[in-house]
Ligand binder design. Structure first.
Ligand SMILES: *Cc1c(COP(=O)(O)O)cnc(C)c1O
Length: 458
């Protein structure tokens, strides 16, 4: 195992006991959940790598903030603390809190999109694209081609292909493009970052055509770490400075605080444009809550505001991304196929190369996630043909090039020993890979099917 010169920048004050299960119990649990890890009960899970969304461990400083929650209906002190920190760290002028990221996506899509519009983005994110499509837009992927290749080692695979963006503007006209949706880092491409140089060029091109740039800033702090460590000219800058400059190339952002900001719930929409802000501040009252709480308790806003202060500390983000790298580097050493380079929040097993005997319609990534649970009680998720869903016009399955199983690491939750157990379990499955079967889908919900679909082994 690779040595590290640093350790987690925290010590543990309170613990939550884990439950272990027998293989027989896991077999029953898997059958009851239709071989969909989203439908497992958390009680039946030993190490939960399903998602890093809202699964963060808060610090004593954040918990102390929960106690000073100001639960006034209007004008909560915690709103103003959050607003001040959003202005300080992200640099946007105006803040509309929302219950989580998709609440902000909903408001933004509703305000900016007209039916027939085109929204380009660097690979889709499930909820983001769903809200754009609900408002009548068509999403167009303009990420660099390498992002779809799990073996390409490009450092900034989240980058936008400017040629694709220009060609799209030429083809459909700038008037039909309300904004370009830039995600940092790109979750669906394996947590791949976008470079400062790239977002700057996207911003210049968009300004020239009077198209807005809207950032999905959910993982922008992780992105800032990659800029600091991989892009020349940024090694001496702080995460705060990089984040601030990065956001300056956009007109606003949607944010899920459940990722970077170390909380269990919360999000926001942040904007520089007064007119859009006015509309959002008005609309939030209908869908989320008054504009100074947006569906959150005062204490939730305080925890998110304090989480922001901790999230931009270099020691924090180094340990967070370092834990992911530790698992990834050790899996690679065992010859296990994963997406390269290792991203910010997760390791992605490449199910096509892991299970080459299965067809994509046998749901190899869905199956691999099920078998990893059966093997060790470790819960992961599919990011492949099930998550990709169907084309909204033709009803055909999207068939993404990437067929991945995501091992997502909650922030500050698991220790290195948990990582070692995970590495060992994946290694065992890899040794037995030829005996692993695919699945067939027996129930398919209409929206975001990966959450509730059910399967049976072939
Ligand atoms: C989680 C996530 C969202 C959606 O946020 P929720 O808080 O889950 O609604 C949007 N974009 C990205 C990149 C995400 O990771």
């Amino acid at each position: 195992m690779k040595k590290r010169a640093w350790a987690e920048p925290f010590k543990i004050k309170m613990v939550e006991l884990l439950k272990t299960t027998t293989p027989a119990e896991r077999k029953v649990a898997l059958e009851e959940s239709g071989y969909n890890t989203f439908l497992l009960k958390s009680d039946d899970v030993y190490i939960d790598l399903l998602t890093d969304s809202g699964t963060n461990a808060m610090s004593d400083y954040q918990w102390a903030g929960m106690i000073v929650g100001d639960e006034a209906y209007a004008g909560s002190a915690n709103f103003y603390n959050l607003e001040r920190n959003v202005q300080k760290y992200y640099g946007y002028k105006y803040l509309v809190p929302t219950h989580q990221g998709r609440g902000a996506e909903h408001l933004l899509s509703r305000i900016l999109i007209k039916p027939g519009d085109i929204v380009p983005g660097n690979m889709y994110f499930t909820t983001t694209r769903a809200h754009q499509e609900l408002m009548g837009a068509t999403f167009v992927d303009i990420i660099v081609d390498e992002a779809h290749d799990s073996e390409s080692d490009l450092p900034f695979k989240g980058n936008i292909d400017l040629g694709k963006l220009e060609a799209l503007i030429d083809k459909v006209g700038a008037k039909r493009i309300p904004y370009v949706c830039v995600a940092a880092t790109v979750n669906m491409a394996g947590g791949q970052p976008i470079s400062m140089a790239n977002i700057k060029m996207v911003s210049e091109l968009c300004r020239h055509h009077k198209i807005k740039v809207m950032l999905d800033a959910t993982r922008a702090i992780e992105n800032a770490y990659f800029i600091k460590t991989k892009e020349s000219g940024f090694a001496e800058k702080s995460i705060h400075e990089i984040l601030f400059e990065f956001c300056s190339y956009s007109d606003g952002c949607t944010m899920s605080g459940k990722k970077d900001l170390l909380v269990n719930i919360g999000g926001f929409l942040a904007l520089n444009d007064w007119e859009i802000f006015e509309e959002a501040r008005n609309m939030v009252v209908l869908y989320e809550g008054l504009h100074t709480y947006g569906g959150l308790a005062g204490r939730d806003m305080e925890a998110m505001s304090r989480g922001m202060e901790e999230a931009v500390q270099f020691e924090h983000i180094q340990a967070r991304i370092g834990q992911v790298a530790y698992v990834g580097e050790n899996l690679e050493r065992l010859g296990i196929p994963i997406v390269r380079p290792i991203g910010g929040h997760a390791i992605f097993l490449d199910a096509r190369r892991f299970l080459p005997h299965l067809k994509q319609t046998d749901f190899p990534a869905q199956a691999l996630a099920a078998w990893l649970y059966l093997e060790a009680g470790i819960r992961t998720m599919e990011r492949g043909i099930v998550s990709a869903g169907r084309n909204k016009d033709t009803g055909e399955n999207h068939a993404p090039k990437l067929e991945l199983v995501r091992l997502t690491f909650p922030r500050r939750v698991y220790t290195q020993a948990h990582c070692d157990v995970t590495i060992e379990a994946v290694e065992t499955l890899y040794q037995d890979r030829n005996s692993l079967k695919g699945l067939r889908m027996i129930y398919e919900p209409k929206y975001l099917r990966f959450f509730q679909a059910r399967f049976k082994p072939l």
